[in-house]
Design a protein around this ligand. Structure first.
Ligand code: COA
Length: 116
């Protein structure tokens, strides 16, 4: 009873809350710009992790020709160390089976950890 759900405008507040745990999204102006990118650019895609009735994680990507680049990955602090981060990465791979997954500087440490 958990899955990735594509972002919708209704989820804006919860999405911003989850994204704000990223080290590079602490500034509100930056965070608003990021939300705008996800809302307006077709290649920017945002997904929330729904467990029961709660949204407890978020993963955001840029879909490129051959690869999906993870821009953001974050889990609610109360739900960390339970494998949710890893499950989101796995679910994302299943969503884009024909593309490889890659990271940016902000997400590489955790994605490298997932590859181990
Ligand atoms: N870099 C490298 N490895 C990390 C990490 C990081 N920033 N954060 C956590 N890990 C590793 C730890 O070794 C941890 O192992 P432990 O539970 O034995 O301590 C393991 O990932 C946990 O895996 P999992 O349970 O699948 O991840 P999670 O659901 O706790 O979520 C994050 C992991 C990174 C999404 C979460 O810690 C988070 O939201 N951090 C703040 C946002 C952030 O910094 N995102 C970018 C990370 S590069």
């Amino acid at each position: 009873i958990h899955m990735l759900v594509r972002y919708r405008k209704n989820y804006e507040k919860i999405a911003m809350g989850l994204l704000s745990f990223m080290p590079n999204e602490k500034d509100l102006k930056q965070l608003q710009q990021t939300m705008k990118n996800y809302e307006t650019n077709d290649d920017w895609q945002l997904f929330l992790w729904k467990q029961e009735e709660d949204f407890i994680g978020i993963i955001g990507v840029i879909v490129r020709e051959h690869a999906v680049e993870v821009q953001h990955i974050s889990v609610n602090p109360s739900h960390r160390h339970q494998g949710i981060g890893k499950q989101m990465v796995k679910a994302l791979k299943e969503l884009y089976p024909n593309k490889s997954l890659c990271a940016n500087d902000m997400t590489a440490p955790f994605l490298d950890k997932c590859e181990q």
